[in-house]
Design a protein around this ligand. Sequence first.
Ligand SMILES: *[C@@H]1O[C@H](CO)[C@@H](O)[C@H](O)[C@H]1NC(C)=O
Ligand SMILES: *[C@@H]1O[C@H](CO)[C@@H](O)[C@H](O)[C@H]1NC(C)=O
Ligand SMILES: *[C@@H]1O[C@H](CO)[C@@H](O)[C@H](O)[C@H]1NC(C)=O
Length: 300
Amino acid sequence: MISWIFIIKFWVLSSSYSIPEIYSGVKIRMFARTSFKHAVVEGFQPLIHHRRYATAASLNQTEVAKFAAMADSWWDMEGPFKPLHAMNPARLTFIRSTLCRHFGKDPFSARPFEGLKFVDVGCGGGILSEPLARMGASVTGIDVVEKNITIARLHADLDPVASSIEYRCTTAENLVEEQIKFDAVIALEVIEHVSAPAEFCKSLSALTVSNGATVISTVNRSMRAYASTIVAAEYILQWLPKGTHQWSSFITPEELVLTLQRASISVEEMAGFDFDPLTGQWSITDDIGVQYIAFGIRNG
Ligand SMILES: *[C@@H]1O[C@H](CO)[C@@H](O)[C@H](O)[C@H]1NC(C)=O
Ligand SMILES: *[C@@H]1O[C@H](CO)[C@@H](O)[C@H](O)[C@H]1NC(C)=O
Ligand SMILES: *[C@@H]1O[C@H](CO)[C@@H](O)[C@H](O)[C@H]1NC(C)=O
């Protein structure tokens, strides 16, 4: 394991990146251990009921099958979604600060999003929907994987505030057809898994009220992203199943800004995520070269 980490380091080094960048690109599991474990999923099994998967044009069925297999271990902090659990505070920091500024809310109040309607597209097990609901937002969480939705709903029901979340197994396109609109549309780590990113952005835009907000996070198509998300996270550290990411479907920040512009969303702010191997925590950084998040406003 250690020798592999050094090999990646030297590989990244030899492509002439500075020392701090090496650590932002390569996530090192040995420093990231948390002793805390969630055992909720096991207890849910008898309650899982069956519904049909939603289908839509921009949906890649191969991707859906892949994630359905992973959904069970969602709320296991030591499970395959450990990297998402670890990233969540940094993602929430960005969302809280940009959305509070945009909607003129006090970021230090307990429920700053009171009175706002949010949709969490690709909500998975509800890792983002739950804290947004606790911050006062009226949240709809959607995911195309029924298992994800089932786990999310069961987990939210454990908490009276989170139980107000409306979870639905559907797609952004279907919500557009229903003509539902939200003050903020949030799609984290989803766009790299859809087969038609431009269409997907248009759907997100159609779901957003005029002058509403859109937040998207994804991975840049850079060598550093290849080293960290595919070689390190999938193959060496095995944080994620092999094949989770297709490097060719990653989107550069430049492309995302253009794609959103064409969907009438102007990107106002972007940030990158930086992993600190000493604390095992992620933080917000100016470096958008690997994992990044964008906040935009729906024009007109
Ligand atoms: C199901 O949950 C996983 C875990 O976050 C998520 O990455 C995936 O996007 C979800 N499935 C789909 C196809 O949205
Ligand atoms: C769907 O995803 C799989 C694996 O990620 C890929 O091989 C396939 O080409 C994709 N299909 C479409 C229609 O994009
Ligand atoms: C994203 O990756 C592309 C392709 O490697 C690179 O040209 C670009 O500079 C990167 N963007 C940022 C902001 O680092």
